[in-house]
Design a binder for this molecule. Sequence first.
Ligand SMILES: Nc1ncnc2c1ncn2[C@@H]1O[C@H](COP(=O)(O)OP(=O)(O)OP(=O)(O)O)[C@@H](O)[C@H]1O
Ligand SMILES: [Mg+2]
Length: 257
Amino acid sequence: MSDATMATPPSVVEAGALEHGDLLAHDAVPAALISMRDIWKTYQMGSEELHALRGVSFDVQRGEYMAIIGPSGSGKSTLMNLIGCLDTPSQGRYWINGKLVSAMDDDELARIRNKEIGFVFQTFNLLARATALHNVELPLIYAGISSADRHERARQSLASVELTDRMTHRPNELSGGQRQRVAIARALVNHPSLLLADEPTGALDSHTSVEIMNLFEKLHSDGNTIIVVTHEPDIAARAHRVISIRDGQIERDERIK
Ligand SMILES: Nc1ncnc2c1ncn2[C@@H]1O[C@H](COP(=O)(O)OP(=O)(O)OP(=O)(O)O)[C@@H](O)[C@H]1O
Ligand SMILES: [Mg+2]
């Protein structure tokens, strides 16, 4: 099943056995930002095995803007959690930035997550009692950045989503679209390799959704790599590539722009 040669991204020159977490030799680093090979996620439910993902393989290049669509329960969030290093696959191999993350332990995953990934969730996930500025500073606290630096970087990140005039507001003093922009500023403050958004407009009205999607487009043209999970065809159509998932497998993978 898991033939090591088959499981290696095509762009990788075989450079001897790869240990988990190893950075590949310079000339062997996968060209792709993300390489997934034959990824399975299986949940044990009593005596039954539930396969949320069944052999998913794809690459994402730096600078891509990709949407993941599919019916409820098809495995989109499961896949997103794996891409974002919030979870580990039951089987298969996954590289991010040339590092084999599929076999990393929780501490290594947390480090990769903090350095490489920015997350945006449907329900914003902001700290209710903290100001916009403090919410955006949080990932920098975890990264051990000094307080003066943190402050300046959080201000810049909020400015990039046009919230300079709302920095001292708490989430309940902001509109839905503004809350999501704070969450996007927080996701970007560490300059991650990858911005992941699971249903980012799911809790927003259609006008505000368009505003957030315009922001994603700007972030993409600034050079960010973006992956968005969505139910909505309009939102998917804003991306440049669409992967359709059904029953834990990739049904289609289309470039649309
Ligand atoms: N922790 C878990 N334990 C057991 N089964 C799970 C778990 N998480 C997800 N599943 C199952 O895995 C499948 C995929 O779930 P997932 O959340 O990835 O779907 P989704 O495509 O994101 O759906 P939605 O569009 O409704 O958000 C579903 O059948 C779900 O019931
Ligand atoms: Mg989901």
